[in-house]
Design a protein around this ligand. Sequence first.
Ligand code: MF3
Ligand code: CO
Length: 278
Amino acid sequence: MFGREKIEYKTVDQVRTMRRAGLVVADALATVRSAVRPGMTTADLDALAAAVIGDAGATPSFLGYHGYPATLCVSVNDEVVHGIPGTRELLPGDVVSVDCGAIVDGWHGDSAFSFVLPEADAADVALVEATERALWAGIAALATGERLGDVGNAVEDSIEASAAADGVAYGIIEEYVGHGIGTSMHQPPDVLNYRTRERGPRLKPGMCLAIEPMVTRGERFTQVLEDDWTVVTDDGARAAHWEHSVAILEDGIWVLTAPDGGAAKLGELGVTIAPLDV
Ligand code: MF3
Ligand code: CO
């Protein structure tokens, strides 16, 4: 999508502003996570997130983006990403991905998580956990790697390891990818979730990237529904999606949309974060 277009390198002050946006997004997602119950509609979740973002004095970034009509994307079961909140009631055992973006003083944050509602199928839980592990493996590669391609290698290796451990085959979506983020939600470079021959640009301080693996219990192929937004798996397999916005700084990385900056999850992987003072 972005080829060799120019990457926006951020100053430390700009990253501090992006952290503020990231924390608003984290707050909105945490509010949704603690409130969600079977019987709620996806529009109910959207209203909760909109209130948190509004109360923080921030702006939802999805609303109006290419005409997108909501604050969140809520994608259920075979929906991978870009599900539009509405009258759909969440049911026990549903696999739900919630994606949120916000703007503070012109700077963006973007993050998503997935979960399974109670009466969960163990295989759905395994999918969600495998996708989250792949997210953190990809983020860790920003600290330990040299080139952007190291992220895709790490995500794919993590998913393959989980598939072997879970005794299943997972599909990694290729038609949608992560992205640079800053004064716009989507900017160069593309961040692939799979291995390619391209090593990609060198990882450098000032880069801010949204890492977002999308993984299914079936094949990797997708379609877009009649609403022109909702991306579903071709084979009807359930999908999960996790995302964080991450800054690369002189001394290390900082997960802008994680309340703890990524300290806990990256610590498990032997990576120490390098947060700025705020
Ligand atoms: N958050 C999505 C992403 O990670 C984009 C949402 S599309 C929108 O790239 F239209 F809803 F904004
Ligand atoms: Co994104």
